[in-house]
Design a protein around this ligand. Structure first.
Ligand SMILES: [Zn+2]
Ligand SMILES: [Zn+2]
Length: 257
């Protein structure tokens, strides 16, 4: 692994940092506004349906389940953007992949991001789930459980980038530190495993609950083998450079030559 580390070749931090465009910021600002409108509608629906179904006791398991699912989804999205695609791709490269590449070059840049830059992109992902949650008809215990878990998921999803930012802050707020220590949200030590080059494990960044298990069962290696076999793409080639990416893929049995 040490020889792979020495071959890691990342993009220029300055170029990546200046890729966050004004146009993207306008889109993110509008999406945050819309997210809060939908959030208000979901809160109203939750308030109206809870007494109706007498199912308030289901709120605790659905809340915890939503945290675990949000963590798993954060891992899938993070792994996808870290591992595949290119910063040079049109639209997605500049808007989505750029931020992930920058984060590996300068992991503390995120601590300088304001509310909109931190949370904007996550609200875009959350909105379709908010709409689905609003459309679910609540008629009994099962539908209430599904609805409430999905509603809570749309809360934890957009919180993920903020939680990730706290995991990089040297002095996060006291309450945040307590939640990190209790492993309710992503602890700093858990996330620091991901930032050890070549950045190939511990992708989950909401609670960090899924990281150990997904690493043990080689979940992401399994997906990489399938995708490389189908497409020929080398995992994380755009992030750490062709030489290091090929060395790692060979070591992990993803490619042979
Ligand atoms: Zn990463
Ligand atoms: Zn990070």
């Amino acid at each position: 692994m040490q020889s792979i580390k020495s071959k890691v070749k990342q993009r220029d931090a300055n170029i990546l940092a200046h890729g966050y465009e004004g146009r993207m910021r306008h889109v993110e600002t509008a999406c945050i506004g819309l997210y809060f409108v939908l959030f208000g509608m979901l809160a109203a629906k939750l308030g109206l349906t809870t007494p109706f179904t007498s199912a308030a006791f289901l709120l605790i398991p659905s809340f915890v389940l939503s945290m675990a699912i949000a963590d798993f989804i954060s891992g899938i999205l993070h792994w996808s953007a870290d591992t595949w695609g290119s910063y040079n791709w049109p639209i997605v490269g500049m808007t989505v992949i750029r931020g992930f590449r920058e984060h590996h070059v300068n992991q503390y840049a995120i601590t300088e991001h304001d509310f909109i830059q931190t949370n904007g992109s996550a609200t875009i992902v959350a909105m379709p789930f908010q709409i689905i949650a609003l459309l679910i008809p609540v008629m009994g215990y099962v539908s209430f459980f599904v609805f409430s878990a999905l509603a809570f998921l749309t809360l934890w999803g957009p919180m993920t980038n903020q939680i990730h930012k706290w995991a990089h802050q040297r002095q996060p707020p006291r309450l945040v530190r307590a939640l990190q220590k209790a492993r309710i949200i992503l602890p700093q030590q858990n996330h620091s495993v991901h930032h050890d080059a070549p950045f190939a494990c511990y992708y989950c960044i909401t609670t960090g609950w899924c990281n150990w298990t997904l690493t043990q069962i080689q979940f992401f290696r399994f997906l990489e083998k399938i995708i490389t076999r189908l497409t020929g793409a080398i995992p994380r080639e755009d992030d750490i450079g062709t030489v290091a990416a090929k060395m790692l893929a060979r070591e992990q049995g993803i490619i042979k030559t």
